[in-house]
Write a protein of this length. Structure first.
Length: 147
């Protein structure tokens, strides 16, 4: 079932602000994300939507217009965009996925089983966004808590 067929209350929309959609499509394409649609950047109107295994990532900007956004223009252009933010992406087969992308992803922490029983690995994208790929699970299940 495609994400477009899912009820809106089951979708998390995450919008990452980036200055270059080509870098996004190249990096995330290597991680198996596919473009759903794109509006080519023109002033502040650029937008890109990608999907993988039911995860939807949205990207705004795609050009220097992101540096003029009222909040972000307070920071230097070379500020790592994802500092302090962890983007959690749930994938179908974490072991196979890790083997597929470990040589193209900027791995920060390799695939390990965590104390709460899920396996995950962490990497950063070209803009410094911190990505955690993990086994599919229901975050509302209290069994995922560490005692």
């Amino acid at each position: 079932k495609s994400m477009q067929d899912q009820p809106a209350n089951n979708i998390i929309q995450l919008e990452l602000h980036v200055p270059d959609f080509d870098l996004v499509k190249n990096y995330y394409g290597k991680l198996g994300f596919e473009t759903v649609w794109e509006r080519v950047p023109e002033d502040a109107k650029g937008y890109l939507v990608l999907q993988k295994d039911g995860n939807t990532l949205c990207f705004w900007g795609g050009n220097d217009a992101i540096y003029n956004q009222p909040y972000f223009k307070r920071f230097p252009k070379d500020t790592v965009r994802g500092y302090g933010v962890e983007v959690v992406l749930l994938v179908d087969d974490i072991e196979s996925f890790y083997e597929q992308v470990k040589d193209v992803a900027n791995i920060v922490e390799p695939l390990v089983e965590q104390p709460w029983g899920l396996k995950d690995f962490r990497c950063t994208d070209p803009f410094g966004y911190y990505l955690r790929f993990t086994s599919k699970h229901n975050i509302l299940d209290k069994g995922n808590a560490v005692d």
